[in-house]
Design a protein around this ligand. Structure first.
Ligand SMILES: NC(=O)c1ccc[n+]([C@@H]2O[C@H](COP(=O)([O-])OP(=O)(O)OC[C@H]3O[C@@H](n4cnc5c(N)ncnc54)[C@H](O)[C@@H]3O)[C@@H](O)[C@H]2O)c1
Length: 328
């Protein structure tokens, strides 16, 4: 995975221990960049997953990890010599963003982002590439959504992702700091977070536990393989309009019931599905118009849903069989 190429540029990846951040950091190192990862290991899900995500990266001399919270970290020091910032650190998860949980969304998604942008503005960073979300759209009346569709989040999480996106654009227009926001549509693949649907489905199929499906399972999503998200992030280092936001959707829009059928076939096991009430904050359908990303970022998703599901199922099957891990 790691090349002998000379080191090109230095990249800071926030949220590097997480699902997507760890894949991105690996891809950057593999392309000959020096990567500084920063992560505060928020306790949203067990640290053991994040330690497993970092296993390969920790073997590279071109990767270093700073365990620190963006809200308190010495950011000017962290940004010294950094060329590119990939800002993926966030409090993720839609359902837990209601009620008292909201404070941690504001802190980690809005305040931390503002602090990072403020420090980046004073630094020699060439670009800040921000991980935004399809949740900024809410229940859009017209699908697929374009970047100029109305943004009306239906979850507090979506509100914080939208606020951070606006902060990014503000720092571009008002302070000349080049930023790009990438709106990810439901990401899947190896290392997917344990609160996310595919992860829960695969795990339940493996253990024989019931699978809770919220609503009737006919809600649809534009699922995006993590490798395609990584490719778009890499492209955004050189391509894309500063201050812009881009939809990143895999293009395979399917219902939750269809995914469950596909998973049962792939894994050769039956799922024990229990339908439950729809959850507040869950959009009924998401679908991305990716025309802008295709033309500006040369975005061309390569992974089919089936291929990605197979890779995720293989990863989780192996992880769960590792006896030392505390994944509960
Ligand atoms: N997974 C998806 O489907 C999806 C979809 C849309 C957008 N996104 C966005 O992509 C990014 C990565 O998501 P993920 O699924 O990999 O989540 P993740 O929870 O696996 O990774 C996020 C990481 O950020 C770290 N973090 C949180 N607050 C921090 C802070 N204040 N300082 C330092 N580190 C902090 C966490 O410890 C975690 O390891 C997030 O910004 C998320 O909002 C994800």
């Amino acid at each position: 995975m790691y090349t002998d190429q000379p080191i090109h540029e230095t990249c800071l990846v926030t949220g590097a221990a997480g699902f997507i951040g760890s894949h991105l950091a690996e891809a950057l190192v593999a392309r000959g960049h020096r990567v500084i990862g920063v992560d505060s290991f928020v306790d949203f899900y067990p640290r053991a997953f994040k330690e497993a995500n970092l296993e390969q990266l920790r073997q590279s001399p071109n990767f270093s990890l700073v365990e620190s919270d963006l809200q308190t970290a010495n950011l000017p020091k962290l940004l010294t010599g950094v060329d590119y910032v990939f800002h993926l650190a966030a409090q993720a998860g839609v359902r837990t963003s209601w009620g008292e949980g909201f404070a941690s969304y504001v802190e980690n998604n809005v305040l931390a982002t503002q602090r990072l942008l403020e420090a980046a503005k004073q630094s020699r960073v060439r670009r800040v590439i921000y991980a935004s979300s399809s949740s900024v759209y809410g229940n859009a009346a017209v699908q697929p959504v374009r970047e100029d569709s109305t943004t009306a989040p239906i979850s507090p999480y979506g509100v914080t992702k939208l606020a951070a996106e606006h902060l990014c654009r503000l720092y571009t227009t008002e302070h000349g700091l080049p930023t790009i926001s990438l709106r990810y549509f439901t990401v899947f693949g190896p290392r997917q977070r344990p609160d996310m649907a595919f992860h829960k489905f695969i795990r339940a199929i493996l253990t024989g536990d019931p699978i809770a499906v919220y609503g009737d399972g006919e809600q649809s999503r534009d699922f995006t393989y993590v490798g395609d998200i990584v490719a778009a992030n890499l492209a955004a280092m050189r391509l894309g309009r500063p201050g812009a936001w881009y939809n990143l959707g895999g293009g395979t829009r399917v219902t939750v019931n269809q995914v469950l059928r596909m998973l049962q076939e792939i894994m050769g096991k039956r799922a024990n599905v229990v339908y439950q009430a729809r959850q507040f904050g869950d959009a009924a359908h998401t679908a991305a118009d990716t025309t802008a990303a295709r033309s500006d970022l040369e975005f061309a998703p390569r992974f089919s849903l089936e291929k990605g599901l197979r890779l995720e199922a293989e990863w989780l099957t192996e992880l769960i069989s590792a006896p030392a891990l505390e994944l509960a």
